[in-house]
Design a protein around this ligand. Structure first.
Ligand SMILES: *Cc1c(COP(=O)(O)O)cnc(C)c1O
Length: 363
């Protein structure tokens, strides 16, 4: 059996650590099956930890959140553009993103038809190039807020395209643009409501960006990729029971494409999990810029020196993965490890990359 173990207390601990550090409202962003934690369960854990406002990227996710937590406010971070979708947003009482005047007209019209007010957060595009009013069109946002009478502006936000410590200048440019947008709203007599810009990295690295709220996803699973003094706990590890253990003679091939030969008699354990379940997969190859390709190439080169070797933990000991990772199998060198069929092999795994059909076990 293979399961993704999700440590419930770690999720709550991470949420509390970010709240204590930032001192502002922490909006859990539960997109992508809540970063692989499992949307329903993560929503419940965070509600119990005190979260009342949640965010999702896709309408489907927002609907699930609304069902699980009918009392919570659900902010849908993506503006949807068809009548059917906006109907769903309005009739389910989801807080929408107001990202253009046209989008506002659609939301407003359907809200009016239903005889309700639609809560919205205004979105500005200060550099991400995705959606939102451009800073030079901030007055259009103000007009939408003023004249579309069935919309209630409850918040205003933007999203950073590069939130690492090394990108301070870029972050501050986006922040300055955002402040100018807020200014335009206020000058036009529009209350921007809850102001938020920071994702996990920015929330941890840039205190001045915390404003009224921070939107955190990766920090909740303790996997942000930035170093801070806030102690976050890594959520998630993959567990699978060994299905076969046996000895192979020296000089025997291991796995597809004949990339590994045993140097001496070797005891191997086969674990029935692989990249089809998302183990040892990662996102790459979506940039074609020279310097990125060179950097990826350099990282690949470092593998010659054993960097990035893959391991599992079996009965408290570290076992190297040998040969290539298969679609549904991984082979471990357990020559020095006391183990049998049925013993568990544990792999560190970012829940985000583990397929939703791998059972989540909450502990
Ligand atoms: C995904 C997302 C976040 C959360 O990002 P993390 O870096 O994982 O914290 C915040 N805001 C928006 C708009 C997002 O799409």
């Amino acid at each position: 059996m293979t399961t993704l173990v999700v440590e419930k207390q770690y999720i709550a601990d991470n949420y509390n650590a970010i709240r204590d550090e930032t001192g502002v409202c922490v909006i859990p962003v539960l997109k992508g099956n809540a970063y692989g934690m499992g949307e329903t369960e993560a929503a419940r854990i965070l509600w119990d930890a005190g979260a009342r406002l949640f965010a999702a990227s896709r309408l489907e996710e927002a609907l699930v959140l609304k069902k699980v937590l009918p009392q919570a406010e659900i902010l849908l971070l993506t503006p949807y553009g068809t009548e059917e979708e906006v109907e769903q947003i309005i009739s389910n009482g989801i807080t929408a993103t107001l990202a253009s005047y046209e989008n506002g007209v659609l939301l407003n019209g359907i809200a009016e038809k239903h005889g309700v007010k639609c809560r919205v957060h205004i979105k500005f595009d200060t550099g991400m190039g995705r959606f939102g009013f451009l800073p030079q069109d901030a007055d259009k946002a103000a007009q939408a807020a003023k004249y579309l009478k069935n919309l209630i502006v409850c918040g205003t936000f933007t999203h950073l395209s590069f939130s690492f410590a090394k990108k301070r200048k870029h972050v501050m440019q986006q922040f300055a643009l955002f402040k100018s947008c807020l200014n335009t709203l206020e000058k036009a007599g529009v209350n921007p409501g809850m102001r938020h810009i920071a994702n996990s990295n920015a929330a941890l690295l840039y205190p001045e960006l915390r404003l009224d709220a921070v939107r955190c996803g990766s920090a909740l699973i303790g996997r942000t990729g930035v170093k801070t003094k806030v102690k976050l706990k890594q959520v998630g590890h993959l567990q699978s029971s060994i299905c076969d253990v046996r000895w192979l003679p020296a000089g025997h091939n291991i796995g597809y494409a004949n990339t590994y030969k045993t140097k001496k008699p070797t005891r191997i354990a086969v674990v029935p999990v692989g990249y089809a379940q998302g183990l040892f997969t990662q996102k790459k190859a979506d940039t074609y810029r020279f310097r990125d390709v060179m950097r990826d190439g350099f990282h690949d080169f470092l593998r010659l020196f054993g960097k990035g070797k893959l391991y599992a933990t079996v009965n408290g000991k570290r076992a190297a993965v040998i040969g290539r990772v298969g679609m549904c199998s991984v082979i471990l060198d357990v020559t020095e490890i006391e183990c049998h069929e049925g013993d568990l092999a544990a792999f560190d795994a970012n829940p985000l990359f583990i397929n939703a059909d791998v059972e989540r076990k909450y502990i």
